[in-house]
Design a protein around this ligand. Structure first.
Ligand code: PGA
Ligand code: MG
Length: 230
């Protein structure tokens, strides 16, 4: 086996590692209904995810032409988060091939991290409940560094490198939206997009270095990218 070119792989969470659209949708529609607003069809929920909980709610309200003031948004976001937190892993699962892919990276001695725009405490709770937390050297959320530091800013990915003790030249990021490809480009990391994710644009237009159809293809794709970069 030739030397694997990366020492650290960062993963986005919603729509990349995990299909969380069912649980997010239930919590979103709970908040919308509580607020007296129209709910969103479940198959549309995935198109609203990527920028964090508040942005998902704002996008859902905007579908109906509703814009709330800051206080009302904060209150309704709180309703959403409380419901989500209590029902966070009812439907959420790894995308197909996820477990074997994580095992394959582990077998190569590669460190893994989660960098999400989800609030950190929600990401930790979800990964705990699904039994995956122990696999990651760090779990970084959209609020870990405070307001204004979430993806597509590079800050969270830079924190990942710092915490893992790995140079940017030995790391790559895997994501499903322009928030992810934007953050990776800003941090100087190669990026793989997943076609099975929530994808706020067609996967091939996200600006990733590579696009995969299934987690079975990730390890070989990363190995190949590293050969070209070397
Ligand atoms: O919860 C969101 O909107 C985004 O989460 P992600 O960064 O893991 O895709
Ligand atoms: Mg995502």
């Amino acid at each position: 086996m030739t030397q694997f070119p990366f020492s650290l792989i960062g993963f986005d969470l919603d729509g990349t590692l995990l299909d969380t659209s069912g649980d997010l949708g239930v919590a979103l529609n709970h908040a919308l209904t509580q607020g007296g607003f129209a709910s969103v069809p479940m198959d549309q929920v995935r198109t609203l995810v990527g920028g964090g909980t508040k942005q998902m709610l704002a996008k859902a309200l905007a579908l109906d032409g509703v814009v709330l003031d800051a206080d009302a948004m904060t209150r309704l976001t709180q309703v959403l988060v409380s419901h989500y937190e209590a029902n966070i892993a009812v439907h959420s699962r790894l995308f197909p091939g996820g477990e074997a892919m994580l095992d394959a990276l582990d077998a190569r001695g590669v460190k893994m991290a989660v960098v999400t725009n989800k609030m950190e405490h929600l990401a930790v709770r979800l990964l705990d409940e699904i039994g995956l937390s122990h696999r990651f050297v760090t779990i970084i959320g959209g609020d870990t560094l405070g307001p204004g530091r979430a993806k597509p800013k590079p800050d969270l990915l830079q924190l990942m490198l710092e915490r893992a003790g790995v140079a940017a030249s030995r790391a790559a990021y895997v994501g499903d939206t322009t928030f992810d490809t934007g953050a990776a480009a800003a941090a100087g990391l190669p990026c793989v997009a997943v076609r099975f994710g929530f994808c706020d644009k067609p996967a091939d237009d996200l600006g990733a270095d590579r696009v995969i159809d299934h987690f079975d293809d990730l390890v070989d794709t990363l190995a190949d990218m590293g050969q070209i970069a070397a």
